[in-house]
Ligand binder design. Structure first.
Ligand code: NOJ
Length: 722
């Protein structure tokens, strides 16, 4: 790595234009598409060749050769030989695709999340990527929002733990190492609170809710060493994040002391005009830069106006130099001054793509992220069945990677039909699509074939869900039921053969009330990635034992949304599963209050019995700790994993507290009939909350402890906080 003196010397010799270039990022096509100067992206962005030659970072490119070409072009023209840094969205894999982050959330397994990110980073780095725009840690409560698939769900502690693990996986311990990529945590902050679940929508959220639920996961990423941070598109309490002084200056810089690089989201500086908080591009540049946005992504406010703003005294030379130094240090940490390609090597990349090891990890991750929502005893199936029908629009659908699948290719995924055929010993797999999964498709001409297939088979695997482009950025829904004729197909197929397992592919919690009423078994696969079909087959036949637990609540209907397990208590709580209306309690007259499947729910083929909980003490002092031991026994002949979840409730506090909060979880493997003691250590900081004065404190009094899942506690006890 270069010395700090070297970087300062560089800075000293740079012109203002060169400095501003370091604070700008464009898409690769802007650099490569020179034929389109007159009408193309350069013209739209108002860029000259000179501007472009100074730009310090590039978003998205298609190959190592392309990346090297851009780097070479740049280095030849840059008198200071400051390399460009290349960034991309490597969210859940580069070419080998792992389950979507929401699925990984359900694994409750930080080690697994770290491994997936490490493998994804390895493929990406060999392909020329130096920075990934991940992890995304936006806190979510509303499944209508398409981007819930990119998050790890509705639990701040869980999301923080998995995101920190992803950062360790991507960044490793030394960023100069060619297999590591820098991580950019996003989108700061509150983006997941988009009103009505509509993407980019305004977010109105109290400071208490922000600090309690939304902000901790970003902080966990910074503590884990995230090198970069991206403010969110949305306005937060009236001010777009990239121009929000409370968020960017007070919280991020002053309270959290973040000294990494801040990069805007795509055109987010330009969009300050559209939001209506900047009259023109110059004001947009001023607002974003003044609030600590170092790099502007894909708009030109900085290139066009920062110099002028500096000359007019809107900010100081020192402010500019500090931002540039952050970028130079960052490039130095990546070792780019020594190796501007950061070890990119197409041959190496080709060997890594879809290699056996990565496929194996992808399969394990898909299996561990799947959640068995319901099982009336028909799963697992025997491998010696004579005939199995794989029915539904996802039976031989390759599009199960999910949104943000980077360079993943649908045609390289394993379908359910293929996965089943590989495991069924001598029997026959027959396939019938039945209908499509599009919302406006009313075609039922495939029903007959599907019903005949169901009737003539020993068991049916009914593969349903929503197309992968129904979730992800900009893909929000107001109707979160199974699209098209799928529910009708399900009813007919289940009537034809009651031994039917519904296997689901989707990027958000769906309203499954109708399916739950008729299907004897439901296996939620999410978008499982490259190895999805193999993982599904292993789970169906019991070669793998389901162990995922929901990281996000499944509502009974969209009308319950937003719905989440850790909601505040009310003065008139309604807490039964009963559908009946009780009158003047916080409920609905036409729907039960509790969700269909709550946070933390997930079945297994093993039978885990919670034997008892013991506490080393019942009084907790500020400096002390209490050991909470939970005895769990696997009362079954099959091995499996159980995620033991510890919740708390603070029944009397100076502000209204959530009805329950997860404060610890342990995912533990059990052999058949094995009994284990699982331990948690309880300390005072775990009980803290933001009080009336916005101080993070715990208060003396009773704290209830619960073990189980959010709507079903099997053990309870209480302690006194002194
Ligand atoms: C917009 C998305 O909001 C963000 O998540 C992503 O990193 C950037 N585009 C760059 O692709």
């Amino acid at each position: 790595m270069m010395t700090e003196e070297y970087l300062h010397a560089l800075l000293l010799n740079m012109t203002i234009e060169e400095k501003i270039g370091q604070l700008t990022q464009y898409n690769a096509n802007v650099f490569l598409d020179s034929s389109a100067d007159i009408t193309g992206p350069r013209m739209q962005l108002g860029l000259t060749d000179e501007d472009l030659s100074r730009v310090g970072s590039v978003l998205n490119f298609s190959s190592v050769a392309e990346m090297k070409k851009m780097q070479d072009m740049h280095m030849e023209n840059d008198p200071h030989r400051i390399p460009v840094v290349f960034m991309m969205d490597v969210i859940h894999g580069y070419r080998t695709i792992y389950p979507i982050p929401l699925a990984l959330g359900c694994s409750f397994d930080a080690e697994l999340a770290e491994t997936c990110s490490r493998m994804a980073g390895k493929e990406a780095a060999a392909s020329g990527v130096q920075v990934t725009f991940a992890p995304m840690v936006d806190y979510v409560r509303d499944p209508r929002w398409g981007r819930v698939m990119e998050t790890c769900g509705e639990e701040p502690r869980l999301t923080g733990a998995l995101a920190a693990a992803q950062i360790r996986g991507f960044q490793g311990s030394d960023l100069t190492y060619a297999e590591n990529v820098a991580a950019c945590v996003k989108h700061f902050a509150g983006y997941g609170g988009a009103e009505a679940g509509r993407d980019y929508n305004a977010v109105e959220c109290s400071e208490r809710a922000l600090r309690e639920f939304y902000l901790p996961a970003y902080k966990a990423c910074i503590d884990a060493g995230a090198q970069m941070l991206m403010p969110s598109f949305n306005s937060l309490n009236g001010i777009p994040s990239v121009a929000n002084p409370w968020l960017m200056k007070q919280v991020l810089k002053e309270e959290w002391d973040f000294d990494g690089v801040v990069i805007s989201d795509y055109n987010a500086v330009g969009e300050l005009l559209v939001h209506g908080v900047a009259a023109d591009e110059k004001e947009a540049a001023k607002l974003a830069f003044d609030n600590g946005c170092d790099i502007e992504m894909c708009s030109s406010a900085y290139i066009h106006h920062l110099k002028e703003l500096l000359e007019e005294g809107f900010f100081t030379q020192e402010q500019l130099d500090q931002a540039v130094m952050r970028v130079l240090r960052f490039k130095n940490r990546l070792g780019l001054f020594e190796d501007p390609y950061h070890g990119a090597d197409q041959e190496k990349a080709d060997c890594l793509y879809l290699c056996e090891k990565h496929r194996e990890i992808a399969k394990r991750a898909a299996a561990e992220s799947a959640v068995l929502l319901k099982n009336d005893g028909i799963l697992p199936l025997q491998e010696n069945l004579a005939r199995v029908a794989v029915i539904g629009p996802f039976a031989r659908e390759h599009g199960i990677l999910g949104s943000w699948s980077c360079n993943g290719r649908d045609e390289e995924t394993v379908t359910v039909a293929d996965g089943m055929a590989a495991l069924l010993k001598t029997g026959q797999v027959i396939v019938a699509e039945g209908c499509s999964n599009h919302w406006d498709d009313t075609d039922t001409s495939g029903f007959e074939e599907a019903i005949a297939a169901a009737k003539s088979s020993d068991a049916v695997i009914l593969c349903l869900g929503e197309p992968q482009d129904y979730s992800g950025e900009g893909n929000c829904r107001t109707d979160i039921r199974l699209p098209g004729m799928q529910m009708e197909l399900a009813r007919r197929v289940i009537a034809a053969n009651p031994k039917t397992v519904a296997v689901l592919f989707n990027g958000r919690p769906l309203d499954l009330s109708e399916l739950d009423a008729v299907a004897p078994a439901i296996l939620e696969m999410w978008f499982p990635g490259t190895e999805g079909g193999n993982a599904a087959a292993e789970l169906i036949f019991g070669r793998a034992n389901p162990c995922g637990k929901l990281a996000m609540t499944f509502p009974r209907s969209v009308g319950q949304c937003p719905i989440y397990y850790n909601h505040p208590n009310t003065g008139r709580p309604h807490w039964t599963r009963a559908a009946e209306h009780c009158g003047y309690t916080s409920d609905y007259i036409d729907c039960a209050t509790l969700p269909l499947y709550s946070f933390g729910h997930g079945l297994s083929y093993a039978n885990f019995v919670y034997v008892g909980m013991t506490l080393s003490d019942h009084q907790l002092s500020a400096e002390g700790s209490i050991r909470v031991s939970v005895r769990v026994r696997n009362e079954s002949p099959v091995g499996g994993k159980e995620t033991v979840q510890l919740y708390m409730r603070d029944p009397v506090a100076s502000v209204v507290r959530p009805v329950q909060q997860l404060i610890g979880f342990r995912k533990v493997a059990f052999a058949p009939w094995e009994e284990k003691e699982i331990e948690f250590t309880l300390t005072e900081p775990m009980l803290r909350f933001w009080n009336f004065d916005m101080k993070h404190v715990s208060e003396p009094g009773e704290i209830q402890l619960m073990i189980g899942c959010a709507d079903h506690f099997v053990l309870t006890d209480e302690i006194i906080m002194k």
